[in-house]
Design a protein around this ligand. Sequence first.
Ligand SMILES: [Zn+2]
Length: 262
Amino acid sequence: MDQATLEQPTASRSGRFAAGLRAALGFGVELALPPLCPACREPVGDMALCAACWAKLSFIAPPYCARLGVPFAYDPGAGVLSMQAIADPPAFNRARAAVRYDEIARTLVHALKYGDRLDLAPTMGQWMAAAGRELLTEADALIPVPLHWRRLWSRRFNQAGALAQAISRASGVGVVDGALKRVKATAQQVGRSKAERAANMQGAFRVPDKAPVAGRRLVLVDDVLTSGATSESCARALLRAGAANVDVLVFARVVDSVRTPI
Ligand SMILES: [Zn+2]
């Protein structure tokens, strides 16, 4: 598809035209068409989001819990842990996220996951690489959280894999595909309590071959961290297989309330 052969209609007509063409031809032509802002559908040129929507994204920056990466309302000093990290420490070592999971973040995640907007992955991956720089400088490999094969089949690609590839290009840390297998087609986590989510994810992942993970420092990559049940289940499987360290890097995390540090 040669973009020069397309006429230059008004912005919104061009947007609808591009969206229609995308729907008709699939994501293979994505790069040849003027990309649309996934949140407001305006053409955005080379950017992942338009300036107005970008300004609404809530990037996570220090001060935050050294373990969970949950932002603090004020700076309690370096290395301080949240109450949550002390009361209920996770199996993984540290978690970091690029942005808070709010309306704009959800739009980006859904566009990547269900909207064939693979062109968003490089930008989202760059933001993640910046948020997880501390983890990535110490990491041996990136491990994308896998989909069950049945879901991979219906969705055609794994969004966590696309983000891991983008982080890899930004950080130089390699991706190990297939290190984790999703052996349970888990039900949707939406609407479940934290305990139900944990039970739902129990034994959901398996490490088919210990060699690529044993003794290595790993960064688990996913799009969203909600209750942490998925990351927890993956981290347990990787640690059982002999991983030296498991950190978690996600695009967006749910921040339900500000935790008071001790
Ligand atoms: Zn926008």
